[in-house]
Ligand binder design. Structure first.
Ligand SMILES: Nc1ncnc2c1ncn2[C@@H]1O[C@H](COP(=O)(O)OP(=O)(O)OP(=O)(O)O)[C@@H](O)[C@H]1O
Length: 233
């Protein structure tokens, strides 16, 4: 079943188009990596999906529902979770409070219990201030916050960008587990090789367009992808 369908999406922050006609789709249960060069439009595409890009045209549907007329909070309510690259937890609040302030959650206490089961470290430290957590712990909290509303799709914007190198593999292991929790994933990543290694499919952007797309395995084996886009990560 197609969960997310993006057709000929164009748009940007001002007059200039950053996205120049992007089409891609994501199936239920899938992890999809969106990789590409610096400034290719990866984060901009994530913003277009969650309703944070000022100007977008084309088609974006989620579970066959047109997202473009919906405000960000309505897209979240429709079943999309979003973990932005920065400012994704409140440092002065405890772990527990960070989860409690998420709006629009049914059976909040029950959901927090479920997430503490999925992320035991967060449960053990629920009274700790988020500002005192390590990069990896903070990221688990950011994921848990986005999972509070029981999304069926998570959009992760460069989840490993702020992590110490030693924590990167742990973060990818965490992402790989999300489909087991009933969550499909679109992950924007600079670390293309590592991200493709935990993904089903991949899509490589260049200049706001899809340069290459296909099964993650075949992109990893593609000499052109290796030479132009995958780097050593
Ligand atoms: N808020 C903004 N206002 C105006 N232009 C922006 C804004 N954010 C990004 N851009 C521009 O949009 C283009 C694409 O940026 P984007 O962040 O989507 O790239 P990216 O592929 O995620 O790159 P990186 O991997 O370097 O983060 C860049 O030229 C950038 O300068």
């Amino acid at each position: 079943m197609t969960l997310l369908d993006i057709k000929d999406v164009r748009g940007g922050y001002g007059e200039v188009d950053i996205l120049n006609g992007i089409s891609l789709s994501l199936q239920k249960g899938e992890i999809l990596t969106v990789a590409g060069t610096n400034g290719a439009g990866k984060s901009t595409l994530a913003k277009a999906i969650v309703g944070l890009l000022p100007r977008v045209s084309g088609g974006i549907t989620f579970e066959a529902r047109d997202l473009l007329p919906l405000a960000t909070e309505d897209r979240i309510a429709a079943g999309i979770g979003y973990v932005p690259q920065v400012a994704n937890v409140f440092g002065s609040m405890s772990i527990l409070e960070n989860l409690q302030v998420v709006v629009g959650v049914r059976d909040q206490a029950q959901r927090i219990r479920e997430l503490f089961e999925a992320f035991p470290l967060l449960g053990e430290r629920k009274r700790a201030r988020a500002g005192s957590l390590s990069g990896g712990e903070r990221q688990q909290l950011a994921f848990a916050r986005a999972l509070m509303t029981r999304p069926r799709l998570m959009i992760l914007d460069e989840p490993t960008a702020a992590l110490a190198p030693a924590k990167v593999a742990e973060a990818f292991a965490l992402i790989k587990r999300l489909p087991e929790l009933g969550v499909s994933v679109l992950v924007v990543e600079q670390r293309a090789r590592q991200s493709l290694a935990i993904s089903d499919n991949g899509c490589i952007l260049d200049g706001g367009k899809v340069a290459l797309a296909g099964a993650a395995r075949s992109l990893l084996d593609d000499p052109k992808a290796a030479e132009l886009y995958l780097g050593q990560h």
